[in-house]
Design a protein around this ligand. Structure first.
Ligand SMILES: [Mg+2]
Length: 454
């Protein structure tokens, strides 16, 4: 390098006759010193360890990956929560990604994502995508801490002050749903998801099964039938509009629980209630039916919390067959792919509504908020409150005020994890049947015993 510089100086001297060449050399030296100073200030951190924090402070299994670097005190956290199969994400990180990553630079986020994604050869599965997300978000956290900035700044800075959120109102009776919705409105929410139970049935987002009605079925487990649910939901929307007015934005999640042609009819029938969005009317296996919904009504469609692969969302975005992309960020592989999906959506007029239930860790919620703030085509953010035990483990969660979620302004995600507190809430301490199934979901069947998608 020194030889090359000397050669360049000699050449400049020869061209300029010495005096002007000497001036350039001093400027060149000053520039080089400046670059050296900048590089010294941000040396490339090397990945020293990759570990997993598995904790269930609110009774839902959360998986967080911690990436530690060779620089003292420089580490980051990423969400890899796939709560229904949480135990499987842990060895995917510890046995495969850790040996693959230790010794590699921590500051090449996209390159590292591509390398992890391709290293399994077979890809786009939920376990591996969540494991990659844990690493990916941890690297963004590290870069934010290095830069001394929250991650949304690394994505270009704020397009808005805070993320407008929706809360979950539900009940077994329509009057319960309306009361619940009024509670959210009183707390300043402008967007509310409304879900109604069906007496005797296991509804989604509302448990009608707790009523005294018993449905005659050919099995002893939870029962669900799509037609009574649809009829009851339509009555609920009618009453909601009467009692809550036109101003409040109403949302609803079908949770892929009806047949494709019922979904088309249902989307047409709710059009008059002017929903903010109508979520998951179809399962990922039936996405071709979105064309029929689009051709027949203008009900805004949200889709995608079950998506793992670009093969699932590419067509829906490019053909403008949905309005809100609902991806569970860790399920798609983390912040790196999701910021690209958001940019792809912006071109086609599709807005974001990242999945934000209780089975996303606060780190994952912080990643959602970073995207919400930095992406122009933000639509709405699903909100789940951070309870006392969750905040005991995760210090610095995003803050909810008047229906708006505010990012932590500290570097990275701004969240520190109390690992000692995390150990107080191990997997297996969850409430109810989920504990017996390692956090997995049970079964819901029709009267005749046919299993339904949940
Ligand atoms: Mg949903």
């Amino acid at each position: 390098m020194q030889g090359a510089n000397q050669g360049r100086r000699s050449l400049l001297k020869a061209i300029t006759g010495g005096t002007f060449g000497g001036l350039l050399t001093r400027r060149e030296a000053a520039a080089q010193a400046q670059v050296a100073r900048a590089v010294r200030a941000t040396p490339t951190p090397i990945i020293k360890d990759v570990s997993v924090i598995a904790t269930a402070p609110a009774g839902l299994r959360l998986v967080v990956v911690k990436v530690t670097t060779d620089q003292d005190g420089l580490y980051g956290y990423g969400c890899g929560t796939f709560t229904q199969r949480a135990d499987l994400v842990v060895p995917a990180v510890e046995k495969y990604l850790k040996p693959f990553l230790v010794g590699k630079p921590a500051d090449r986020i996209d390159d590292t994502w591509q390398a992890c994604y391709n290293s399994s050869y077979w890809r786009n599965g939920p376990v591996l995508n969540n494991a990659i997300s844990g690493v990916d978000q941890a690297l963004w956290d590290i870069k934010g801490r290095q830069a001394g900035m929250p991650v949304y700044q690394l994505l270009g800075g704020k397009c808005r002050e805070a993320a407008d959120c929706y809360g979950h109102a539900s009940g077994n009776e329509i009057s319960d749903v309306i009361e619940s919705a009024k509670g959210y409105m009183a707390r300043g929410f402008r967007h509310i998801r409304v879900q109604i139970g069906v007496p005797g049935m296991e509804g989604y987002g509302a448990r009608g099964g707790t009523s005294s009605v018993t449905i005659k079925a050919l099995h002893k487990g939870p029962v669900y039938e799509p037609a009574p649910y649809i009829r009851r939901a339509l009555k609920m929307f009618e009453e909601c509009r009467k009692q809550l007015g036109e101003e409040v934005e109403l949302l609803h999640d079908v949770h892929e629980r009806v047949t494709p042609i019922q979904a088309v009819q249902f989307a047409k029938d709710v059009e008059k209630f002017k929903l903010f969005f109508f979520e998951d009317p179809l399962s990922p296996e039936d996405i071709a039916y979105f064309r029929q919904i689009r051709q027949q009504c203008s009900t805004p469609i949200a889709m995608g919390e079950l998506f793992n692969s670009p093969h699932e969302w590419n067509t829906l975005i490019a053909e403008r067959l949905m309005d809100y992309i609902r991806i569970h960020v860790s399920q798609a592989g983390g912040l790196t792919p999701c910021r690209k999906i958001a940019a792809f959506g912006e071109i086609y007029g599709v807005r974001t509504a990242w999945h934000g239930p209780g089975d996303v860790s606060p780190i994952g919620h912080a990643a959602n908020v970073a995207l919400d703030l930095a992406c122009y085509n933000f639509g709405v953010q699903e909100y789940s409150p951070f309870g006392e035990t969750t905040q005991e483990v995760f210090k610095g969660c995003p803050v909810m005020t008047d229906g708006y979620l505010y990012a932590n302004e500290s570097p990275g995600w701004g969240i520190e994890i109390d690992e000692k507190a995390a150990k107080k809430y191990p997997f297996g301490n969850e409430r109810g049947g989920r504990a017996l199934l390692n956090g997995g979901w049970g079964e819901v069947r029709k009267r005749d015993g046919t299993l339904i998608k949940q």
